[in-house]
Design a protein around this ligand. Structure first.
Ligand code: FMN
Length: 185
């Protein structure tokens, strides 16, 4: 008799594509570990149906101007009415996570505040560094991001494009997630 493969349903909110890329990479690593992993884009409306059969529902969202994207915040509200916190995982994608020690719920201000504000106690929470791409931003966003980078000691040259995402760390996250759903009771 074959046993059922553990399942992780990933939902993501991405503005410029990096969170989508991270969610896709997580799903690929999970698939390689024999986890049934699906990805769903939250930018489509209406809010997609939630796979309540999944062993774990992962929500990944980009940060813009200090907040997770509205689609992710709306989704989380509904998710919590359908799935217990213990089967929810969250991944925050931001540029603060490029710095050492800022990849955890304690060390990353956006993740910490999100959990505090919502009272969510997820099974898993992590922050992943995103991408800085000044040429791709509108004038206003580029100006604001250069100001944010000046304050936080990052690059300000308007031609800068840097993918800060640590892909080895993303693979490690996938391994942790796989272990969570594969653990035998
Ligand atoms: C307009 C704008 C505002 C941003 N605000 C923040 C911020 O407040 N804090 C931060 O750490 N990163 C911030 N970022 C960085 C994004 O989180 C990062 O670029 C991430 O990769 C975006 O993910 P996405 O490509 O999925 O939209 C901002 C980026 C942009 C373009």
């Amino acid at each position: 008799m074959t046993s059922k493969r553990p399942k992780i349903a990933l939902y993501y909110a991405s503005h410029d594509g990096q969170t989508r890329k991270i969610a896709d990479r997580l799903a690929a690593h999970l698939g390689a570990r024999d986890i049934d992993a699906s990805t769903t884009d939250l930018s489509t409306s209406p809010i997609p149906t939630i796979d309540t059969e999944a062993d774990l529902v992962l929500l990944a969202s980009a940060i813009r101007y200090g907040f997770h994207l509205p689609a992710a915040r709306r989704f989380l509200g509904r998710l919590r009415t359908e799935v217990p916190d213990g089967r929810i995982a969250v991944v925050s994608v931001n540029l603060t996570a490029r710095k050492p020690g800022r990849q955890t719920a304690e060390g990353n201000v956006y993740l910490r505040n999100w959990l505090k504000r919502t009272g969510l106690r997820p099974a898993f929470a992590a922050a992943v560094a995103g991408k800085l791409d000044y040429p791709a931003y509108r004038w206003f966003d580029r100006t604001m991001m250069r100001a944010i980078m000046t304050i936080s000691g990052g690059p300000t040259d308007p031609s800068t494009v840097i993918e800060y995402t640590d892909w080895a760390a993303v693979e490690s996250l996938a391994a942790e997630l796989a272990a969570l759903v594969s653990a035998t009771p």
